[in-house]
Design a binder for this molecule. Structure first.
Ligand code: NAP
Length: 348
């Protein structure tokens, strides 16, 4: 029998959609992604990008405080046992995602821990194929598979992720390890300048490392970078290696020249990658209209509709601009309401 609604994904957009769909008695089925080594390496494990961050200080409702007792009470014991001890900084990304997941389950969402590898949106009910060979049918689908930050793929980058290497200044920039210390940002687009500008509030100096002699960023952002006394642009360089040790995490970056100059070892306690994001849309294989950057295209202003009626998109998979947990959660809510109304209009 076909489900009323299947939600693909497991970040803030997916769990918010699940909470709203469950409370609307749609009995949502969430396909949250598979626990595989391949997904670990790609940064696409269940619970999404937030699960790869540390403290989340900008999600409303979680001021600094002792959250351990709340987690003990709120999270199912079998999963709570697996969670790292809680700090006193408010909520962490993994904790926030576990709380959202549990909240959805409490209202009746069912969860499949697998990847959707193919979809058939040509006829309704839609058919989704999972990597274990199971297929699922659903009248409505909410795609909330998020995006992954691009990294260069250096082994040293992987080694120091969460210990000074990050792809999200807004998430991590205010951590104590970055305060009044030199930091490196890699990239030359608007994101890189925005990250550098944001980090300059905390850092002693931000070294913006760009592989060419001209920024890709828009004029106003270029001006922001060049007039900020705490940003120094290192032209014609790429990140060759993140340097550090087990005790301190990141201590420096080795920067290669793209114009034949000797390597430069720049002291830094943090290295931020801002070289773009890739939405997790490969499994859609042309079955939904995508933008030029392969994000799902929202086809109607202020709605989560896609090019296929009955398929809705929420969160970073359709948003290359805001990319915040709270905006993803907001659009997850919108997708659930859009799906609920659409199903009602179909008499389902
Ligand atoms: P982007 O515009 O695609 O820029 C990516 C940057 O990373 C480019 O400078 C690129 O260098 C560099 N890069 C890519 N791969 C690299 C590699 N392997 N090694 C070294 N450098 C590499 O991406 P974005 O900055 O994330 O921006 C995405 C979109 O969001 C844009 O449309 C942007 O305007 C928008 N945005 C706007 C704002 C704002 O207005 N405040 C803020 C953020 C984002 P090259 O230049 O040499 O290709």
């Amino acid at each position: 029998m076909a489900e009323k609604v299947i939600i693909i994904g497991s970040g803030p957009a997916a769990w918010t959609a699940a909470i709203y769909c469950a409370r609307a008695a749609l009995k949502p089925l969430v396909i949250e992604g598979a626990l595989t080594e391949e997904n670990r390496l790609a940064g696409t494990l269940p619970l999404g990008q937030l699960a790869l961050t540390t403290e989340v200080e900008n999600y409303p409702g979680f001021p600094a405080g002792e959250i351990g007792a709340y987690l003990d009470a709120g999270i199912a014991a079998d999963r709570r046992r697996l969670m790292a001890p809680s700090g006193k900084e408010g909520v962490s990304g993994p904790e926030l995602m576990e709380l959202m997941r549990q909240q959805a389950i409490n209202f009746g969402a069912r969860v499949i821990t697998d990847d959707v590898v193919d979809v058939d949106f040509a006829a309704r009910p839609f058919r989704l194929s999972a990597s274990d060979g199971n297929t699922y049918q659903s009248h409505a689908v909410i795609v909330a598979t998020g995006a992954r930050a691009n990294y260069l793929g250096l082994p040293s980058e992987e080694k120091y992720k969460n210990r000074g290497v990050s792809a999200c200044a807004v998430c991590d920039g205010a951590l104590p390890r970055f305060r009044n210390k030199p930091l490196v940002v890699v990239g030359g687009g608007d994101s890189a300048v925005e990250e550098a500008d944001y980090l300059s509030k905390f850092a002693s100096t931000v070294y913006l490392v760009h592989r060419r002699d001209e920024l890709r960023a828009s004029k106003i952002m270029v001006q922001r970078a060049t007039t900020n006394p705490k940003i120094e642009i290192l032209w014609n360089r790429t990140l060759a290696e993140v340097l550090g040790n087990d005790k301190d995490g990141v201590t420096a970056a080795r920067l290669q020249s793209t114009v034949g100059q000797p390597d430069l070892e720049q002291a830094a306690t943090g290295v931020f990658l801002a070289i773009g994001h890739t939405p997790n849309t490969a499994f859609l294989k042309g079955k939904l209209e995508l933008t030029a950057k392969k994000y799902i295209k929202w086809t109607t202003a202020a709605r989560t509709y896609t090019s296929v009626e009955g398929v809705f998109a929420a969160g970073d998979v359709a948003d290359d601009y805001y990319r915040q947990a709270v905006t993803a959660a907001g659009s997850g809510c919108m997708a659930a309401l859009d799906a609920e109304r659409w199903l009602a209009a179909q008499g389902l």
